[in-house]
Ligand binder design. Sequence first.
Ligand SMILES: *Cc1c(COP(=O)(O)O)cnc(C)c1O
Length: 236
Amino acid sequence: MPIYNQLSQNLNEIHDQMRAACGRSGRSPSDVRLIAVTKYAEWPWVEALSSLHQAFGENRPQQLAERQVLLPQIEWHLIGQLQRNKVKLALQHACVIHSIDSLRLLERVAAVATELQIRPRVLLEANLSQEAAKSGFHAEGLRRDWSQIVSFSKAVQIDGFMTMAAESHDPEEARPVFRSLRMLRDELQQTAASRNAGLDLCELSMGMSGDFIPAIEEGATIVRIGSRIFSGLGTF
Ligand SMILES: *Cc1c(COP(=O)(O)O)cnc(C)c1O
């Protein structure tokens, strides 16, 4: 099948499943956005996809920057770990950074944003799956440092949270992680610090190819899907 047709078919199937998950949980399909994760996609696939979809995600700042210059009409989201020395590059090319995983990084992003005279949109990456290897804020850290985190919202727009569940063959295993992120968001949204700063933690970026259905049922507003979109095209 030609690349365009395969991508179009895959996207249609994903959108059908997203709509069905919204229906089951009483949500509007317009409340959930799909970010097409292109990190493993060959360039001709990315180009073909750009006539079908508007929002792409990359996990490396360098590749995001290179591709953003070639497809500037696309909204590019940085979803992978950000080193402090790549912050400027990321801010110059990404429309949202999903992967603010420490106070140190938030501080650095705020400083560079001030220097560039921009107020970028960011999400805080939470590690709620008890996996030591994963990066991100733990729930206790978010609660403990919340007023300090909120103080950076003068320089950056904190729109909500991102998380990744542990890999598993059973998507239901991810559901408790997604549910606890939504509940933690609700809790932090209610704090005096959030209300005083006028914070609106409206975004929950959660759900990938293997677990986006429970993520939507638990309140995801952004799902990040890669391999499912490109399946049938190559070595996935
Ligand atoms: C790769 C990646 C995805 C997409 O993963 P798939 O399983 O290919 O859908 C989503 N989020 C992050 C942070 C990723 O690194």
